[in-house]
Design a protein around this ligand. Sequence first.
Ligand SMILES: NC(=O)c1ccc[n+]([C@@H]2O[C@H](COP(=O)([O-])OP(=O)(O)OC[C@H]3O[C@@H](n4cnc5c(N)ncnc54)[C@H](OP(=O)(O)O)[C@@H]3O)[C@@H](O)[C@H]2O)c1
Length: 183
Amino acid sequence: MKVAVLGRGNVGGGLADLWERAGHEVTRIGREGGDVSDAKAVVVAVPGDAVADALDKVQGIEQKTVIDATNIWGGDPPAGYSSNAEFVKSRTNGPTAKSFNINFAALYDRISEPRSTPSNLWCGDEEARQVVEQLNQDAGYEPVYAGPLENAAVQENFLKLVIGINQGGMGQFFYRIAPPDQL
Ligand SMILES: NC(=O)c1ccc[n+]([C@@H]2O[C@H](COP(=O)([O-])OP(=O)(O)OC[C@H]3O[C@@H](n4cnc5c(N)ncnc54)[C@H](OP(=O)(O)O)[C@@H]3O)[C@@H](O)[C@H]2O)c1
């Protein structure tokens, strides 16, 4: 699959590496922008407050299937939207999903360690299902459908619980990366 990733950092670069290993053709786009006309899927992996700017700099994104992986720290989604993902859809008018926002990029290299496949939530449009589920599986995750795009705000806020779990010392169990006899 041809995939364009906006953002070449921990998430964008890390997922691009995983997908290339799985045989996908990935175009990595930084803050200079670029053309995504060729891509079947576009993944947004820029800072949560830079989504509008990043979308402004790409051509050919209209009607595309987009997966928004962003989180918002200490701020709000763009005015008039309850989530970044719904804002993205308002700009592309294509199938949209929220995914990859509640797994830590630092663990991408350890996805294969647990005895059972780690799960990864996605919510969004049915028309995005095939693309999102394939890209989850090819990154090493078991995709778990979490409802329509209206749930994206809950999924974005869910990160607060994940951070709380980590700070409470249970992160290894949550991500099933504890020693095998403890899983
Ligand atoms: N880190 C995680 O574990 C994790 C997990 C899930 C979700 N997230 C979310 O995923 C997003 C990316 O996180 P990250 O850790 O990958 O961040 P990061 O390593 O800082 O990478 C961000 C990328 O976005 C680019 N960028 C910044 N401003 C931009 C703009 N205005 N237009 C286009 N591109 C721009 C940066 O380009 P430059 O290299 O030129 O600065 C960089 O390549 C964030 O929303 C974050 O909350 C992070």
